[in-house]
Design a protein around this ligand. Structure first.
Ligand code: SF4
Ligand code: SF4
Length: 142
């Protein structure tokens, strides 16, 4: 059993399709959706974990391809901009998973662990320097 984190971008014609149903029923996968959005141009975005046998995940990727769904691995709905971060520490107490954490108690440098982020988006509203943002509030590069 393995887990992959994906950002899916799906075209207008795939938006109405029962994507999750197919992943569960046809590919025997477990799905944990963090975020989903359809933009004004009817392009859909979804951040999710997909768990199952590697062979089934590979089969599901063919299904994504067939439906012109663009898959980006290990990408979060939350983005942390290291250049903007001034390590003020404001976000630390608002991050429930310690994805934002203090690297070194002496320097109080803050960093971000993508693997721990649970996409709660608390940090976005609490960061005074806009170092945290959501991909759903900005354009997504492929
Ligand atoms: S989105 Fe939530 S879990 Fe992820 S870094 Fe921000 S506060 Fe932490
Ligand atoms: S609140 Fe923003 S600027 Fe301050 S440590 Fe967190 S991410 Fe960096």
């Amino acid at each position: 059993m393995i887990t992959r984190k994906y950002l899916l971008k799906f075209p207008e014609k795939a938006v109405g399709k029962p994507l999750i149903y197919h992943l569960v029923k046809d590919y025997d996968l477990t799905v944990n959706i963090y975020r989903a959005k359809i933009d004004p141009d009817d392009i859909g975005y979804m951040v999710l974990d997909v768990s199952g046998r590697e062979s089934d995940i590979e089969r599901a990727k063919i299904f994504f391809d067939e439906n012109e769904i663009i898959v980006t691995e290990t990408m979060n709905g939350m983005r942390w901009d290291k250049e903007r971060c001034v390590s003020c520490g404001t976000c630390i107490t608002h991050c429930p998973s310690n994805a934002l954490y203090i690297v070194d108690r002496k320097t109080m440098e803050v960093s971000f662990n993508n693997e721990k982020c649970i996409e709660c988006m608390n940090c976005i509203s609490h960061c005074p320097f806009k170092a945290c943002s959501s991909i759903f509030n900005s354009s997504i590069s492929e």
